[in-house]
Design a protein around this ligand. Structure first.
Ligand code: ADP
Length: 655
């Protein structure tokens, strides 16, 4: 193989020789031959002229000519051509990257000197080549090492970032719950009799708590998105109602700044779509709060339109136009990055964290849409959101909008069906019970999976099961598997309810044998729609239970239907916990004939009760207040008893 390569090298060298190439030795021999032949011809011509020509002498001379030419050729070959050829081969080897010394002819002249110099040059070249190679190896080693270190660092950073996002996403519940408690307590205190100073201070605390909650929600949302744990709902809703409600909720803020805020929707649009109303509302709320924040005078307009696409889907487009400060052109590409603000000084004046638009863009992109901005400093900005969504199925489009209405909700088509709610959290039980009882379902509660199995055995059959996933004793997945193993229960629809809207949860629930999945906090319309879908059309219905018996029920369930956040439920829970304590205090104060304490405590209970439960409860508390002022402590004791009864019935209703 090596030999062949060598040969081909030589062939290459030969190929590179010029076409009229003739070796030095042949040139010398031709030259000497011609010279000697010319001398011979001259001698022979002279002999002919002198008539002394001798053939033998001529032949001898010709032989001499041939011999001399041969000798000179050989001599020049040995002395000149061979060393030069070796030198040329050496150069070729160097050109091909081989630093081998050439064989030097020991002629003791310039040729030998040239050969030696060439070999020294080769030696130096080989040496530097070796040094370069060693440097290269060293560099490659270092690069490899650095790359490994970088990869390791990147891996660690990624893991840390993932862990951070996961931590924040998982903390959402833990952080929001005390915040809700804090806000609820502030609300309760603000509803009681306070001096002007105290009110102002508490209202400041309330504003701070709300902005803290907003910031918390933003950070948690972003980390949830970055950890890939933000899941979007796909439920039917009316986009026009949801976005209109959102604009409505910001009217007061705009009016406070003297800004004219309007919502316009193209009449011809199709707004009954399938998607995530909560997130759509969040997108508009972010854009709208910025528009109001950065506008000092003029107007803010929200325009909504929609059109059908050729693939049967609907393009929903809405824009928020303001006459505010505007954004410099060079800042436009940056404002959608997290923690970025166009103008630090302006943003300091208005506050903010630079997270709103980052979340907005990610939410829009998660729905396969895009958000654009056009702006002129000093004149205003227009943010436009375009999302392609599926139209809601015809039957679903008649369902109430997610925000619900204050009108009395109608009973569900399958009202009277027997449902089993498996849920360990008391507040969640109350919320779901209030929603579903209002719809006319008969519903029983099991506190964990094992209790659910017992109830199925002893109190069944049930038409549908609502199953929490994380529970003590026996969790929702295990309980579902156990239910599915029993052939008599294998066809009962089971709907999972989980607070962890994380990727993979849905699949785990379905794999365990559940039929559907909804995430908490439950949205009343979605919960009812999912239950109805799985109950199907049933011909034989048990009679619906009588409508809500008393005013407490009506007020409470109406509120639960209207409110989507857990705040109200947590506040109600707090009220139920605190009220008996306050009633004890009232009784003790009445025993000591202390009208001041009785009146103060009764006032607090009255304000909270009116806000959370019913007017009647509030009025009862006010009667206690009035009786205390009159000094009629017997009446106080009687009304305290009535209040206790009312509160107990409220507790019974929500359990
Ligand atoms: P934040 O408003 O909390 O600072 P955002 O991500 O919502 O964060 O907005 C980023 C930046 O974009 C803002 O700080 C502001 O400089 C600019 N911006 C956003 N909306 C508007 C608007 N409607 N008018 C003027 N500037 C805006």
């Amino acid at each position: 193989m090596a030999v062949n390569t060598q040969t081909s090298h030589h062939e290459n060298v030969d190929d590179q020789r010029p076409q009229n190439y003739r070796s030095l030795s042949s040139k010398f021999s031709i030259f000497t031959g011609v010279l000697v032949a010319w001398i011979v011809v001259v001698i022979l011509c002279w002999d002919l002229r002198q008539h002394t020509f001798d053939l033998a002498k001529g032949i001898v001379l010709c032989c001499v000519v041939a011999l001399v030419a041969g000798a000179i050729s050989r001599f020049s070959m040995r002395l000149l051509a061979r060393p030069l050829e070796l030198l040329q081969q050496g150069i070729t080897s160097v050109r091909e990257g081989r630093f081998e010394p050439i064989q030097v002819s020991r002629t003791g002249d310039e040729i030998e000197y040239l050969g030696e110099s060439f070999n020294r040059m080769i030696e130096t070249l080989a040496h530097s080549q070796e040094e370069i190679r060693q440097h290269q190896e060293l560099l490659e080693d270092r690069i490899r090492q650095r790359t490994q270190e970088l990869e390791k660092a990147m891996h660690t950073a990624l893991e840390a970032s993932q862990a951070k996002s996961e931590f924040l996403a998982n903390m959402s519940h833990e952080l929001r719950t005390p915040m809700n408690g804090l806000l609820g307590m502030l609300d309760l205190v603000l509803d009681s009799g306070l001096s002007l100073d105290q009110r102002e201070q508490l209202e400041t605390a309330q504003r701070c708590a709300y902005s803290l909650l907003g910031l918390l929600n933003d950070i948690l949302d972003l980390s949830k998105i970055e950890a890939g744990k933000m899941l979007l709902e796909k439920i039917p809703f009316n986009a026009r109602t949801v976005l209109g409600d959102c604009v409505q909720s910001q009217l007061a803020k705009a009016a406070q700044k003297g800004i004219d805020l309007r919502f316009e929707a193209s009449e011809a649009g199709m707004y009954e779509i399938l998607g995530d109303p909560l997130r759509l509302r969040q997108i508009l709320a972010n854009l709208l709060s910025n528009a109001i924040k950065f506008t000092d005078r003029g107007y803010v307009r929200v325009h909504l339109s929609s059109s059908f696409r050729s693939d049967g889907r609907v393009t929903l487009q809405f824009s928020v136009r303001d006459t505010g400060s505007g954004i410099p052109a060079d800042k436009l590409p940056e404002i959608f990055e997290k923690f970025t603000q166009a103008d630090g000084s302006i943003s300091r004046k208005y506050g903010g964290t630079g997270l709103g638009l980052a979340i907005t863009r990610r939410l829009v992109e998660m729905q396969g849409g895009e958000v654009r901005v056009e702006s002129e400093p000093g004149k205003g900005s227009t943010f436009t959101v375009v999302i392609a969504c599926e139209p809601a199925p015809a039957s679903a489009s008649k369902q109430p909008s997610v925000k619900g209405t204050t009108a009395a909700p109608a009973a569900a088509p399958n009202s009277g069906s027997r449902l089993l709610l498996v849920e360990d959290n008391l507040v969640n039980q109350k919320v779901v019970l209030a929603i579903l009882r209002k719809k006319g379902y008969q519903i029983e509660v099991a506190n964990d999976g094992r209790e659910a199995l017992q109830k199925l055995d002893t109190a069944g059959p049930y038409d549908l099961i609502l199953m929490d996933v994380q529970m003590p004793v026996l969790d929702g997945l295990e309980a579902t598997r156990a239910i599915r193993r029993e052939s008599k229960w294998s066809r009962i629809p089971i709907i999972a309810m989980t607070a962890h809207a994380m990727n993979g949860d849905r699949e785990r629930c379905l794999q365990a044998g559940m039929d559907a999945y909804i995430s908490k906090p439950v949205q009343p319309a979605h919960l009812v729609a999912t239950i109805e879908k799985h109950l199907g059309s049933r011909t034989e219905k048990a009679p619906a239970p009588p409508p809500a018996a008393n005013s407490i029920d009506r007020v409470l369930t109406d509120r639960l239907m209207r409110e989507e956040s857990g705040l109200l439920n947590d506040m109600l829970q707090l009220f139920l916990q605190l009220a008996p304590e306050r009633l004890d205090k009232i009784e003790a104060a009445a025993g000591k004939a202390d009208p001041g304490t009785v009146a103060e405590e009764a006032k607090m209970i009255g304000a909270a009760a009116e806000q959370l439960a019913s007017k009647e409860l509030g009025e009862c508390a006010r009667r206690i207040e009035a009786a205390a002022t009159r000094g009629d402590f017997e009446q106080v004791r009687q009304d305290v008893e009535t209040l206790r009864r009312e509160i107990r019935s409220l507790e019974a209703l929500t359990t």
